[in-house]
Design a protein around this ligand. Structure first.
Ligand code: SAM
Ligand code: SF4
Length: 471
């Protein structure tokens, strides 16, 4: 009975494997003119269709790849401007009943220390995070009956109610196991931002190979996980693939099919797309040599191609990647990064020796939040902790940025500057403050005349002590 039901469900998948393979083989060696046409379409803010994405993926000639990079950079500047939203991951617990071959938390890993934060430890983590200036979190859970929807909802509520002087968390996103519609409703009621689920690999045989045990062994239950979230009324959902398990080109096509499916079914695509690469994890041999390791060069290609294919979706780059590569990839279209991250359970408050054994994998970028902010500002980016849209009930924020002319200049840039100002006053080192204040002055000049005075006044109010000022 079980096999029968599962078979039917797998056949209902919206990832048409044969079609993806056919498109990837039909579009081999695309000529320059075709690539130019595709890039022009994307720069006109039109979303690409699957065969066009496949052609970009098949552009191997360095000249064509350079054209793709240039177009991605210019699309990013044109639509989103120079803001970068900052967040931190907060690991709540690493108990897990699944056995994903690539993850340090998998059930068979005897080298990892299992831990779930107590109330007191959660408070300590929040103290450490808010003392540094963080305002946006993604909370991460293993998959275990302990982490029920009620447990996740309670954790979110505790986080929102926490105060530390001017410090508070204003948006909590979640990366946890797929839930039932009822479960999502419970979590939604706690005021969740985005619910993220990464499919890991969209390639069914590969998925089955690396997810042999536990609830995660069902490809389809996971694939439709965010459909259930949307049915339950969670408007912002995040998709992702774990690069290194299967051919990166297939995975990008999978992400595009997933986006298309959500758009067709719910009228709105994912809020964000993530593209983690497999990182080394303690006691996890597969991570020493991932089966389809993606080179830095191909990683940049895939980010640029995703940016061009879905111009209106937020892209998340994590601190799994090393500093220099992060700097390059941000330019290609990333809208959010984590900074000052620590991914052990309890590791913001406690820097003990064993922390690596409570971690899921090992980070590539270990700079502090202030270092990241200083370097972003020096490069001309506005570091942003903005949560205005979500709190004003404006979900589908990326779509508005993309679709409403002037939205970025009228709302996003001013709000980014306001949250940046708060950071500079409350948390920045003197050096960052100097660099940041100069940047704010420069950026103010770019705000439309009609808005500039209002924003100036708001900045003065922040100097006088007002907080959480937003448009
Ligand atoms: N347990 C939940 C799940 O699997 O969906 C959520 C938490 S899981 C820790 C979050 C994500 O971490 C996974 O979806 C996977 O993509 C990623 N991940 C797992 N192992 C990794 C590794 N070795 N390197 C990089 N990312 C990894
Ligand atoms: Fe558990 Fe998630 Fe890690 Fe898989 S990826 S072992 S489900 S924590």
């Amino acid at each position: 009975m079980y096999t029968f039901v599962k078979k039917i469900l797998d056949s209902e998948s919206f990832i048409p494997h044969e079609e993806i393979n056919r498109l990837l083989s039909l579009t081999k060696n695309p000529d320059k003119k075709y690539i130019e046409e595709i890039l022009e379409k994307s720069l006109n803010k039109e979303r690409l269709d699957l065969s066009e994405t496949a052609a970009l993926l098949n552009a191997e000639n360095p000249e064509l790849v350079e054209m793709i990079f240039t177009a991605a950079k210019s699309l990013k500047e044109k639509i989103y401007g120079n803001r970068i939203v900052l967040f931190a991951p907060l690991y709540i617990g690493n108990e897990c009943i699944n056995n994903c071959s690539y993850c340090g938390f998998r059930s068979e890993n005897k080298q990892v220390i299992r831990k779930t934060l107590t109330d007191e430890e959660l408070t300590n983590e929040l103290f450490a995070l808010t003392s540094k200036g963080h305002k946006r979190l993604i909370v991460v859970f293993g998959e275990h009956p302990v982490y029920s929807p009620e447990y996740i909802a309670k954790t979110i509520e505790k986080i929102y109610s926490y105060r530390n002087g001017n410090g508070e968390i204003r948006r909590v996103n979640v990366n946890a196991a797929p839930q039932t519609v009822e479960g999502y409703k419970t979590i939604r009621n706690a005021g969740i931002g985005t619910f993220q689920i990464f499919q890991e690999t969209y390639h069914l045989p590969t998925y089955k190979k690396y997810h042999k045990a536990g609830p995660k062994s069902s490809y389809t239950y996971r694939l439709f996980g965010l459909d259930r979230a949307m049915i339950a009324g969670i408007d912002d959902v995040g998709i992702g693939a774990l690069f290194g398990l299967y051919d990166w080109k297939f995975e990008v096509m999978g992400l595009m099919c997933h986006t298309r499916h959500l758009e067709e079914r719910f009228g709105v695509g994912p809020h964000t797309i993530s593209f983690p690469r497999i990182e080394p994890a303690v006691g996890t041999p597969l991570t020493e040599k991932p089966p389809y390791a993606v080179s830095d060069y191909d990683f940049k290609r895939l980010v640029a191609i995703i940016r061009l294919s879905v111009p209106y979706t937020g892209l998340i780059l994590t601190a799994r990647e090393k500093v220099q590569l992060r700097d390059e990839v941000i330019k290609l279209g990333v809208s959010q990064i984590d900074a000052g991250s620590s991914i052990g359970v309890g590791s913001y408050a406690q820097k003990d020796q064993e922390i690596v054994r409570k971690s899921q994998f090992i980070l590539g970028d270990t700079r502090t939040l202030d270092e990241v902010i200083k370097e972003l500002a020096m490069e001309g980016y506005i570091p942003s902790f903005c949560t205005a849209c979500y709190r004003a009930g404006r979900t589908g924020q990326h779509f508005m940025e993309f679709a409403i002319p002037g939205f970025v200049k009228e709302f996003c840039t001013p709000n980014a500057l306001l949250t940046f100002k708060e950071y500079l006053i409350d948390y920045a080192t003197n050096e960052t403050k100097l660099i940041g204040e100069k940047l704010i002055e420069k950026e103010l000049l770019k705000i439309p005349d009609s808005r500039r005075e209002t924003v100036r006044k708001m900045l003065v109010n922040i100097e006088k002590g007002e907080r959480d000022v937003r448009l």
